[in-house]
Design a protein around this ligand. Structure first.
Ligand code: COA
Length: 260
């Protein structure tokens, strides 16, 4: 499948999705949102893909957020209820069993940062600038930013960022826990893909259940989360890969995972 606004390449069990509108800092238009919905929908059932990387084309931006040009273009009227019913790509990303890594080079603003916030692990180049800048356009984040940012960095820091609409540096983002690693900017994608390959080499079912336990658990009470962890770890005791992992360790050889 070829897309107009994104590129998708798969190698070594890692799918790399590149937002591909570099002339507008990879701003997101409706077509990009539909294409992301399509690709993530396919990935949720694609067992050959173990890990997903999301990045932006070019050297200047991950994504500068919603395409502001579309704000002033005449819109087809869409009934409010119909709008609420539409599945959007971030909802599908939430159900994606694979870990999703963001490789952030340059600007990650507005919906661009919200996309990165929907990913599981964020790696930033040292030139990255991150912000939820919507308030400067008299709107508020509408792609999950008001909910996901405070869960990552806490209420005060999230409100400071959202209310000022200002951008923070990669170093500051690392300090407050908004990104997990900062690397020299030219190495952003390679470092992220290297981490992706490391994850792709793990036992596939363990990787999926570990993500499920953490992500679903965060939306639960502690007792419910502990119950979920117990159920998933009990299920994993029945796999062939669990025996293979133990045997490989005892025989001092690398494991050969089958995903069963
Ligand atoms: N939507 C549409 N076009 C955008 C865009 C966006 N979100 N962000 C950048 N562009 C376009 C610019 O209009 C410009 O187009 P042009 O070459 O036809 O003039 C091109 O991308 C390059 O951007 P420019 O502003 O010239 O680059 P810069 O290096 O001076 O500044 C930014 C980069 C990202 C700081 C600046 O473009 C910006 O603030 N963008 C808006 C970010 C934002 O508010 N996003 C939230 C949207 S809700």
């Amino acid at each position: 499948m070829t897309y107009e606004t994104i590129r998708v390449e798969t190698a070594d069990g890692v799918a790399t999705i590149t937002l591909n509108r570099p002339s507008v800092h990879n701003a997101m238009n409706d077509l990009m949102r539909r294409e992301l919905l399509d690709v993530f929908t396919g990935l949720t059932t694609d067992e050959a893909v173990r890990v997903v990387v999301v990045t932006g084309a070019g050297v200047r931006a991950f994504s500068a957020g919603a395409d502001i040009r579309s704000f002033v273009e005449p819109q087809e009227p869409v009934a409010y209820r119909e709008q609420r019913r539409r599945i959007e790509f971030r909802q599908v990303m939430e159900t994606c069993p694979q870990p999703i890594l963001a490789a952030i080079r340059g600007y990650a603003l507005g919906g661009g940062l919200e996309l990165a916030l929907t990913c599981d692990i964020r790696i930033a180049g040292d030139d990255a600038q991150l912000g939820l800048t919507e308030v400067n356009l008299a709107i508020i984040p509408g792609g999950g930013g008001t909910q996901r940012l405070p869960r990552l960095v806490g209420r005060g820091k999230a409100l400071e960022m959202i209310l000022t609409g200002s951008r923070i540096s990669a170093a500051e983002a690392l300090r407050i826990g908004l990104v997990e690693r900062v690397v020299p900017t030219a190495e952003t994608l390679t470092a992220t893909q290297e981490l992706a390959r490391t994850l792709a080499a793990k036992a596939p079912v363990a990787l999926r259940y570990a993500k499920e336990a953490v992500v679903k658990g965060l939306g639960m009470s502690l007792p419910d989360g502990l119950r979920l962890e117990h159920d998933l770890s009990t299920l994993l005791r029945t796999t062939e890969d669990r025996l293979e992992g133990a045997r490989a360790f005892l025989e001092k050889r690398p494991p050969k995972w089958t995903g069963r």
